[in-house]
Structure formats: structure tokens, C-alpha cells
Design a protein. Structure first.
Length: 128
């Protein structure tokens, strides 16, 4: 099955990864050029630090990320994606790409160009 209804290890009793915040966390950790702190994850995901800490622990429990000591500051831990987490994130990206391709299949070339123009305008106007 695709990542949205993924394997049982992917989350909760329903066998689903569950939760856009977990997906944003996983995306942030995968995209980062180096391991992130919980504070950096909170900022990237758009949640407060206690919520980020809970999300990190959920992802640790699911085997998607692991904590490691920060070599520069022993008081901090950094969050690193596991191979299992990387695989799940890759599956989500493929699922999203396929969903977009399916949704756009009925669009004409002109409609696709107009959508791209409007999305660029929305992105440019998005509050920082």
C-alpha cells in the first residue's frame, strides 16, 4: 500500500502514519543538511517546543527518527532520520506527486500555466 495507508509500523493502531504534523516533522528532518534540534524542528513544523518534543518522541517510538548527542553541546540532542523514516518520507513524496498528476490530468496546458501563475502569486504574497 501507499504511504497514506502504509504498513502497521507507520503509526497508530489503524496502520496509518497519521497526522500532518508528523509528516511535516519527517519532511523537515529529511530535508535538513544536518541533524536538527527539537527547537529547530518546532520552528520548521510551526508548533511550540512542547508539541515538537511530543512529535519527536512519537517518531522515535515509530522508528522514524533517532536522538543523538550533539557533539558541540552535550546538553542538547539532535534528531536524525532513520532509514525507515527516509523510506516513509520518500513514499509520501511519491504519493503526493501522483495525486497532483492525477488532479492535473484534466487540465489543459493553458489551465496548468494559469494555475502555476496563480500559485506563484500566492507564494509571493504569503506572510513570512
Amino acid at each position: 500500500p501507499g504511504a497514506w495507508g502504509g504498513p502497521p509500523w507507520a503509526g497508530g493502531g489503524s496502520g496509518r502514519f497519521a497526522g500532518p504534523a508528523r509528516l511535516r516533522l519527517l519532511d523537515a528532518v529529511v530535508a535538513a543538511s544536518e541533524p536538527l534540534t527539537v527547537s529547530e524542528i518546532a520552528e520548521a513544523v510551526g508548533v511550540d517546543q512542547p508539541r515538537a518534543s511530543r512529535l519527536v518522541q512519537q517518531c522515535v517510538d515509530l522508528g522514524l527518527v533517532r536522538r543523538e548527542a550533539d557533539p558541540d553541546d552535550a546538553r542538547r540532542t539532535r534528531i536524525v532520520v532513520t532509514e525507515q523514516g527516509r523510506t516513509l518520507a520518500r513514499g509520501f513524496r511519491i504519493d503526493r506527486r501522483e495525486a497532483v498528476e492525477t488532479a492535473l490530468a484534466a487540465f489543459t496546458d493553458d489551465e496548468r500555466a494559469e494555475l502555476a501563475r496563480l500559485l506563484a502569486k500566492l507564494a509571493a504574497a504569503w506572510p513570512a
